[in-house]
Design a protein around this ligand. Structure first.
Ligand code: 5RP
Length: 217
């Protein structure tokens, strides 16, 4: 079975968490796209969605799903999103698509965060995937030097601008044995908008598709 099939299966499995007539938080990426396709095919009715990116907003609207601004709704019951890595404590690295800042905002606003992933993304300790850090453009070099001082090797994702008009540094080789502290340390750097560590607020459930079927963490 291919990774595409795992994404399809986990996208379908996430439907079990979705209540009819609810307002759903929706993440970004290819696994989420598989979930959106499964949602459209399922006949489940959403009242509306809150989206974490312009790409997801376009996809939802194409399917006739109303997209609301987070400021128009109170808290959300459920947020569904993918990840680039997950650890045994359901802490994540996200931001491969550069949408992690809005994703973290929607996750924070949600009572329950269900992460949909596949077994290729499971790690014992986070950090195999380079950590995305969204930065204000004028602070790019300053933040890069600070990230080196924290032990990482930042690489500018050239030619990429986030939905918020900012840049992304992908940081290799950070020691993420204590991801909660590292998330705080990076986010305290002036010029950093947010990093892709979801450790302070991990996922509540990780559904991972794999060769042996679906695993729930
Ligand atoms: C986007 C993200 C995505 O959730 C993450 O990159 C996973 O994407 P995919 O499902 O395509 O592997 O954090 O910013």
């Amino acid at each position: 079975m291919s990774q595409e099939q795992w994404k399809h299966d986990v996208g379908e499995a996430a439907l079990d968490y979705v209540e009819d007539d609810s307002v759903l938080g929706v993440g970004t990426g290819s696994t989420v796209n598989a979930f959106i396709d499964a949602l459209a095919a399922s006949g489940k009715r959403l009242e509306a969605a809150v989206s974490s990116s312009e790409a997801t907003t376009r996809r939802l609207r194409e399917l006739g799903i109303e997209v609301l601004d987070l400021n128009q709704v109170g808290g959300l019951d459920l947020y569904i999103d993918g990840a680039d890595e997950f650890d045994p404590h359901r802490r994540l690295i996200k931001g491969g698509g550069g949408a992690h800042t809005r994703e973290k905002i929607v996750a924070e606003a949600s009572r329950r965060f269900v992460c949909i992933a596949d077994e290729s993304k499971r790690v014992g300790v986070l950090g195999r995937f380079p950590l995305p850090v969204e930065v204000i453009p004028m602070a790019r070099s300053l933040v890069a030097r600070k990230l080196v001082a924290l032990g990482g090797q930042p690489e500018w994702r050239e030619g990429f601008t986030t939905d918020n008009g900012n840049l992304v540094l992908d940081v290799h080789n950070l020691d993420l044995v204590d991801p909660v502290s590292m998330e705080q340390n990076i986010n305290n750097l002036p010029g950093v908008v947010d990093c892709g560590l979801f450790a302070r607020r991990p996922a509540d459930v990780v559904l991972a598709g794999g060769p042996d079927g679906l695993n729930t963490l």
